[in-house]
Design a protein around this ligand. Sequence first.
Ligand code: DGL
Length: 282
Amino acid sequence: MLPSDRAHDDRPIGVFDSGVGGLTVARALIDLLPDEQVVYAGDTARGPYGPRDLDEVRGFTDELVLHLAGEGVKLVVAACNTATAAALAVDGTLSGRFPVPVVGVIAPAVATAVRATRNGRVGVIGTVGTIASGAYDRAMAAAAPDVKLHTRACPLFVELVEAGRTSDPEVLAIARTYLAPLAAADVDTVILGCTHYPLLTGVLSYLLGPGVVLVSSAEETARRVFATLVEAGALARGQAGPHRFASSGDPATFARLASRFLGPRLPAVGVEALAVGGPADT
Ligand code: DGL
């Protein structure tokens, strides 16, 4: 029998990012946890965070976590690698100084990459801020000191994805240049260490080849949130309300990009008759 009286928590899940990239995490969360309500905060007015100073990004991160806590969420997902890297730099943990639990995107991806690698050589690609912070190097050293991590900043990727460019020849050429050192290092697993990068999966897997496993920090983080809520008895019983999306910048620009990151949503599912096969056996 399915349990019907389990503990529950109908408060929403808070998700924030420097802009629209964290919507890939929101999308993965909605897929895994369709009963949960998501409250999303995109800091498009101050994003991208990648080129900014880490201390400044830490201040933005604190502000957004406290904003979402004030909205009454049960947990906050820092759906931005740059923000997670900046926040982790304080004491190596995320939740300690906040009134709600905070799940970041770095530890879940590292744990999955450690399980996925067969030759002990893992690559990670991310923004300049994320890579320069050394957060992935520290997380990998703590999780699996014997795994060799090769990091690579890819400063143009965020701009290209936001311009809707994910497959043209110039994107392929830029990606080839960024990935060359990882290919030369013979990595067999690559972490997409930026929440914009799942939209580049086609290009990345084409260039790296079928032997290289791509680990999406968005999907791994959604799995971590799922496990956290199950273990805390904090799943919602049914969606408490529609998902909410807020942007500190131009709402129209956010809305246009959001549909690309969240995936096309059919307004309603119409079902037509499907005429195949002959008359039913009598
Ligand atoms: N979404 C951010 C991340 O995962 C990248 C965009 C930015 O530079 O703010 O790091």
